[in-house]
Design a protein. Structure first.
Length: 391
């Protein structure tokens, strides 16, 4: 390997929760026409965590198959991106590092900027690999999206983790150099430290997202990025999958293209399949879109994929990846489908019970109800410490 090697995503794996709530159950509860969910926002179901699942258990479950396939050698950095953090000081990545049994010669850090932080993690990882192409960086994006019951946001919850191994000569997607970046101080979505559920102004958030699409694309173009017509597909952050359609139509219009619905369907159609049934997974969402695309598309070898990563507040980044010839041999399509299919449907009452369950905040010792059948669980809170176990 040399210093000018291609760098990008060498492997990618995702995990989601034990339970799932179909949107039909939500519609039955609140009297909404199911068309509002299925077509209006583009969601069919949402992943619901068990009481003993959180960003650490999902993150470790997503990353474990990468370590099983490649070993931990060469991983000297773990970057954990989340906006549903479990501790104000300690990185969730340190728990994942421990559960995976990785070398003590590792630096671990947690990153936050709403749904955008995994992209920052990916770019920082590329910088580290550029400095030493022998190293690999484990980037984990893991989130639980939680809104107030009976709020408009309730329909756009979800949870999942994506783990990516970033390195030189990647097997899946080379990340190209020019990036378009954009920041604007807006209050479209936020979660003060004293709240478990996020606060969101849905319409403000749609507008802020579209503004960030323009801003990041403008900068991407000014940095010498590809033209819109060169891309085979676009992976957008998908707080609800319809948002990708709104964003892409906006981008076509902004960049002077005619609104061609066949083209929009071709550019986005395969990227929504996982987010459509998982729901909003915040930092993981744009990379779940990539997983869905790679898992379903006819051979994309050598083709360019666009990424538009948005995080409320707001920061966005537009960049491109080139799909590496031979990538299909390295996909985890069956495991990804199994992660979705293994979820157990819950009825509305059970979902609300799980939603209302919050980790004890009284400072006492508590065991967590044993609910998950996943590989890792949050077993207890003891002496103010979260106790995780591996199966
Ligand atoms: N059939 C088909 N479509 C229907 C419908 C029906 N019966 N009823 C409504 N719709 C459509 C609406 O026209 C609308 O589509 P449009 O936006 O293209 O016009 C869509 O369904 C949603 O309806 P709306 O009345 O806007 O829903 P809402 O007030 O419940 O809000 C969200 C929807 C997405 C704004 C809300 O769920 C939310 O705020 N979610 C959080 C988003 C988030 O996380 N943002 C931060 C990160 S980016």
């Amino acid at each position: 390997m040399t210093n000018d090697s291609a760098i990008g995503i060498h492997d990618l794996s995702f995990a989601t929760t034990e339970f799932v709530l179909p949107h039909t159950a939500l519609a039955e509860h609140n009297g909404a026409d199911i068309g509002k969910y299925h077509q209006g926002i583009g969601q069919r179901s949402m992943s619901v965590p068990a009481a003993d699942e959180d960003i650490v258990t999902m993150g470790a479950a997503a990353a474990a198959p990468l370590i099983a396939r490649h070993g931990g050698d060469g991983i000297r950095t773990i970057i954990f991106a989340t906006e549903s953090s479990i501790d104000q000081a300690k990185s969730a990545g340190v728990y994942v590092h421990s559960l995976l049994g990785l070398s003590s010669a590792t630096r671990v850090v947690e990153l936050k900027q709403a749904c955008y932080a995994a992209t920052a993690g990916l770019q920082f990882a590329i910088g580290l690999v550029r400095r030493d192409p022998a190293q690999r960086v484990l980037v984990v994006a893991s989130d639980v999206s939680k809104y107030e019951p009976d709020s408009p946001g309730e329909a756009t919850q979800g949870a999942a983790a994506v783990a990516m191994l970033v390195g030189a000569d990647p097997a899946l997607v080379e990340i190209e150099e020019p990036s378009g970046v954009f920041t604007a101080d807006v209050m479209d979505f936020w979660r003060p430290n004293y709240r478990e559920a996020a606060l969101v102004d849905g319409q403000e958030s749609i507008g802020a997202y579209l503004l960030a699409v323009e801003g990041s694309w403008k900068d991407y173009t000014e940095q010498g990025g590809r033209s819109l017509d060169e891309f085979a597909a676009f992976c957008y952050h998908q707080p609800f999958t319809k948002m990708a359609y709104k964003a892409h139509r906006h981008l076509l219009n902004y960049s002077g293209h005619d609104l061609d619905e066949d083209r929009v369907a071709r550019d986005l159609g395969l990227t929504t399949a996982y987010n459509n049934v998982v729901g909003n997974s915040y930092t993981a969402s744009v990379y779940l879109a990539l997983a869905a695309l790679l898992d379903q598309a006819d051979d994309l070898s050598g083709q360019a994929v666009g990424f538009l990563s948005y995080g409320s507040g707001s920061v966005a980044e537009a960049f491109a990846g080139r799909v590496v010839p031979g990538y299909r041999e390295h996909l985890r399509t069956e495991a990804h489908r199994a992660a979705i299919d293994r979820r157990k449907p819950v009825d509305f009452a059970r979902y609300r019970e799980l939603h209302a369950y919050s980790f004890p905040a009284d400072g006492g010792d508590h065991r967590t109800p044993a609910q998950t059948t996943g590989p890792y669980r949050l077993a207890a809170l003891r002496g103010h410490k979260r106790i995780y176990t591996a199966r």
